[in-house]
Every structure is written in C-alpha cells, then in structure tokens.
Design a protein around this ligand. Structure first.
Ligand code: BDR
Ligand code: CA
Length: 337
C-alpha cells in the first residue's frame, strides 16, 4: 500500500508539474490599438497555455488615457472584470510621444461602422504599471514570468532602470517591434514601436534577458485578407462581428497605403508563439538599436547574415505560417460564443 501511495503521489506531482510548467504566466504590456486588442483576446481565450496576471498600458498608438480606456473596453467586450489593468508611463523616456491615429483612428480603437466598443465596466488599478511589473517579478521565482510587449518598450525600460536585479528575474521578453530585413512602417528605416521609444528599446535589447522579437519581417506575412476577416466575423456570435468591425477599420489604412489585401495583424504574433511556437521560424542574431539622430533613428539593425561576431542577443522571428495563425485566432475567438 505504501508503495502504491508513493507511486500515486509521484504520478500526481509530476503531472501537476507538467501542467503548470506548460502555462506561461504573463504580463501583457500594450498600447491598444486594434492588433493589441486581438492580442488581449487571444491571451484571455487560452487559459490552458496562458495565465495573464495583468495588463499594463503605455503611451503609443494613442496617448495613455486612451490606451488605458481601450484596454478596459476590450475587457468590457468580453465581460471580464478580473484581469487588472495598470496605467504606465505617459511619455517615452527621452523623446516626445509620436502616436498613430492615422492607423488606429482618434480613439485608438475606431471601427468600420463607427459604433464604439462598449464603455469600461471596471477601472484601472491605483498602482503604477512599472511598480506592478516589479512587484510581480519580485513575488515569483526567477524565470517564471514572461513579459509580453506589444507597444513601445517604455514601461519595461523604466522597470529595468528602477530595479535591474528584480527585472532580470523575468523568464524572457516576447515583443512585437522592429524590422530586420523589412523596411520600416513609420519611417523608411524604423518600425513604429521601436521608433516611439528607441532609448527604451536600446536598454531592453542590451539587458541580456532572453528576447524574442516579432518584427515586420514576420508580421507583414500575417495579412487580414477579406477571407480571414469573414472567418473572424463568423468565429463567435458574441464578439466575432465587433472584432471584424474593428479590423475593417484597421484594414483601411494599409490597404490604401500599401495596396495590400489587408493590414498585417502584428501584435497577436507574440501570444500565438507562446501558444503554438511551431507556427514561427526563429533565428538568433545580433540586434542593435539606432539612437543617433538621422534617417535611421529607431532602426533595429539585425545581423541577419551573421556578418559580424557580435553577441547574438535576440531571437528574431523570420517567417510564420499565416493560415495556421489566423485559424488559431478564429478558433480561440469561437470560445467567446
Ligand atoms: C505596431 O505599431 C502599432 O501601431 C501596432 O499596434 C503594432 O504594435 C506595428 O508597427
Ligand atoms: Ca501595439
């Protein structure tokens, strides 16, 4: 009997270990933003893979008052009052804030139909985002918390500056930002998130924390075509039509500007990788951030062909399977029916 009991305990402990090890405990730092909104929905519809401890917002696509309100509105859409939202830094570390209303509309979450998302049903927490990030990291063992960043890296860099030792307890940083091979989308050289706060990005990229970068190289493969938009619309009775309405607005800028079939769905690549890493191909390389004034300001200089012997500090997503990516999104959204 003792033997059996021991075997049983051993079995349970190991299985629990298995289960818990496979859940990513994340803090999602974002600037919603349409694609940030989809990243939130994807994370919160995947409880077997992802436990979202909190959403922290930074200034980016729109000023901080709006990114905070938009995060709460996305939670309101799915009637979620439990995930806490923390307001972070209202401006980049050094430079003036640059926003992207030309892509996301005045509210940051404009819709094709003009009907706004529901008003928030909860409030932001009193604690500052940077304090929440550091407190969470200090409460958990090293290498347990994953920081996902889908906006400028201001909050993360502020936390790192405030308390580097605690910040380095993070398991890794999974970020949307930069462009290794692709040209930029806010200047010919720079991607928006890095351009808004290149000094924050430089500090994070030099932190020696394990970084996974989902930049324009891979996100420009994830185009919201009309077929994929209708897949999303049909995915869920409760939120499919509203999500498609949001993405219809989001599609309008890129289709006009680039002549593409739709906009690239950037930010959810980070969460999709945590759920199904097999969707993406990753290559480790040296990535440096250009912070000198000039046309390359905010560029991520990636040693794609390994022409230097510089430290390979970043895991760069170099390609992704777009059908699998959109199938995953539609399947997870269907859980909100
Ligand atoms: C990034 O910029 C923002 O407009 C999007 O939300 C995304 O995070 C793409 O360059
Ligand atoms: Ca974003």
């Amino acid at each position: 009997t003792i033997c059996k009991r021991y075997a049983y305990t051993y079995f349970i402990q190991n299985n629990l270990k298995e289960i818990f090890l496979s859940i990513h405990k994340i803090i999602l730092d974002c600037d919603p933003g349409h694609d940030d909104a989809i990243a939130i929905l994807l994370a919160l519809s995947s409880p077997k893979e992802i436990e979202c401890l909190g959403i922290t917002v930074c200034a980016g696509n729109v000023p901080i008052e709006l990114t905070a309100k938009n995060a709460l509105r996305v939670l309101s859409l799915i009637e979620n009052k439990t995930v806490p939202v923390f307001r972070g830094c209202p401006k980049p570390l050094v430079t003036k804030l640059v926003t992207a209303e030309h892509v996301h509309g005045e509210s940051g979450l404009d819709t094709g139909s003009g009907v706004s998302l529901p008003e928030p049903i909860s409030n932001c927490q009193k604690q500052h985002a940077v304090e929440f990030i550091l407190e969470t990291l200090s409460k958990h063992p090293s290498d347990e918390i994953t920081l996902v960043a889908t906006g400028p890296l201001t909050n993360l860099a502020a936390a790192y500056t405030l308390d580097p030792k605690t910040f380095k307890k993070a398991k890794n940083i999974i970020l949307m930002g930069g462009a290794g091979f692709e040209p930029g989308n806010i200047t010919p050289a720079a991607e928006f998130n890095i351009f808004v706060d290149p000094f924050a990005a430089k500090s994070i990229f030099e932190s020696e924390i394990d970084i996974f970068m989902f930049g324009l190289d891979v996100t420009h493969q994830m185009i919201i075509t009309p077929k994929r938009l209708s897949l999303i619309k049909k995915s869920s009775n409760s939120i499919g039509p509203t999500t498609a309405d949001l993405l219809t607005f989001f599609n309008s800028y890129d289709t006009k500007k680039y002549g593409w079939d739709g906009a690239p769905l950037h930010d959810p690549c980070t969460i999709a990788w945590l759920i199904k890493p097999e969707i993406f191909q990753i290559k480790k390389m040296s990535v440096e951030i250009e912070t000198n004034n000039g046309p390359a300001f905010g560029r991520t200089i990636a040693d794609w062909f390994n022409v230097t012997d510089k430290n390979k500090n970043v895991n760069v997503a170099i390609s992704g399977k777009s059908d699998q990516f959109f199938d995953l999104i539609a399947e997870r959204l269907s859980r909100f029916s």
